[in-house]
Design a binder for this molecule. Structure first.
Ligand SMILES: *Cc1c(COP(=O)(O)O)cnc(C)c1O
Length: 393
């Protein structure tokens, strides 16, 4: 693997381990364990004196290829592949806190992420303060001497707000806290949290990295010291390991990540502009548009827009009417898929929040989140136009 390869090349060749057969496509090593030549070899492996695998809960060859490819793309030193995005988020946070510690998190989080910091961590004596992450002053005001972790997602789900990652990292460094960034919406192509000063990056690989709706997966990336000192033992002994079959599926997915994300983003940008011109659309939020409320931060920290568009119709009936009239675009709460998917957050992904909490996040009864797929953009535009025509004004 060459460090100088550009991302698209890393994603096809990075981390490849070939067996004695010299297979072109990566092999799937569906094995729980590994055999040793003799007793001394087993002893040396367990002592860490020789390289090699011990047990698939700790690591295995197909997972190793996936981790190395993600490391190359992200510019990290080390990684662990996990069974799902939530396994990655929960491990990345819980492995580094103890009772008496404090977490500050942006309130605009994926629902399950919010459960980890708001409900689960406090059960173990770890307090959490949720802040409006758009304003650095709120982070600064919430930080305490015992704050260990600052956790954020940017852009956020579903309203595509952004957080100034470099600004939050600067605050964290003043007290030796770690910044964990859930980088799912930006994708590893459009935002590099480690370069911006964050310490740990997590992904749900279920989204753009698979990109074809097949399997769950996640990954945690950071520097070697943080992984050795915090995640290594936690990961081995709590068992969030990814299935080698899923690691293989994701290795195949990631080869085409740049092609898919390029097409999805071009469609999203055209769709955002189209929707902004429609009288029945009250508001469009898209990180690639100049009218995004935080366009200045986006220009500083992202190299591309988004594969997602958030927009608002006038109420729930209009939102449901549009969704129900769509033919190409499917109603589903997943995202980053080759298929275009639309969801109504207030009644699905964000239904567990109070109406007040939804209002704080800018989610109204008419809000819709569209994840653009890789279909022909003109077919998506035609589909939205015919569906909008069926929405009463
Ligand atoms: C989907 C998602 C997760 C959780 O990932 P799973 O693979 O479903 O466990 C976490 N964060 C964000 C931003 C997501 O979109």
């Amino acid at each position: 693997m060459s460090k100088t390869w550009r991302p698209a090349t890393q994603l096809v060749h990075g981390g490849t381990l070939r067996s004695q057969y010299g297979e072109t496509s990566e092999a799937i090593y569906l094995t729980q364990g590994f055999v040793y030549e003799n007793s001394a070899a087993a002893e040396a492996r367990f002592k860490g004196e020789t390289d090699g695998f011990i047990y698939a809960r700790y690591g295995s060859p197909t997972n190793d290829m996936f981790e190395k490819r993600m490391i190359a793309l992200e510019g990290a030193e080390d990684a662990r592949a996990t069974a799902s995005g939530m396994a990655a988020v929960s491990a990345a946070i819980l492995c580094q806190v103890k009772a008496g510690d404090h977490i500050v998190a942006a309130r605009a989080l994926f629902g399950s992420c919010r459960y980890i910091v708001e409900t689960l961590a406090p059960k173990y004596g770890v307090e959490c303060t949720l802040v409006d992450g758009r304003d650095l002053a709120n982070w600064e005001a919430a930080i305490r001497p015992n704050t260990k972790v600052l956790f954020l997602e940017s852009p956020t789900n579903p309203t595509l707000e952004v957080v100034d990652i470099a600004g939050v990292a600067k605050l964290a460094n003043q007290i030796g806290a770690k910044v964990v960034v859930d980088n799912v919406f930006a994708t590893p192509l459009f935002q590099k949290p480690l370069e911006l000063g964050a310490h740990i990056v997590v992904y749900s690989a279920t989204k753009h990295i698979d990109g074809q709706g097949r399997c769950l997966g996640g990954v945690i990336l950071s520097d070697k010291q943080w992984i050795d000192e915090n995640l290594h033992d936690y990961f081995r002994h709590t068992g969030p390991a990814m299935s080698p079959f899923n690691a293989w599926t994701l290795l195949k997915g990631i080869e085409t990540l740049p092609l898919r994300v390029k097409q999805q983003t071009e469609s999203a940008a055209r769709i955002a502009d189209f929707l902004a011109d429609q009288g029945k659309v009250a508001r469009v939020i898209y990180p690639g548009r100049k009218d995004h409320p935080q366009a200045d931060i986006i220009a500083r920290q992202m190299s591309g827009g988004s594969t997602l568009v958030c927009f608002e119709l006038k109420g729930k009936n209009a939102a449901f009417a549009l969704q129900d009239a769509l033919e190409v675009i499917k109603i589903s709460n997943n995202l980053g898929d080759a298929k275009s998917l639309i969801t109504h957050p207030a009644t699905t992904t964000h239904k567990n929040l109070t109406e007040e909490a939804r209002a704080e996040l800018g989610i109204s009864a008419g809000t819709l989140r569209l994840s653009c797929g890789i279909e022909d953009t003109d077919d998506l535009l035609d589909d939205l136009a015919q569906a909008l025509a069926k929405v009463s004004a």
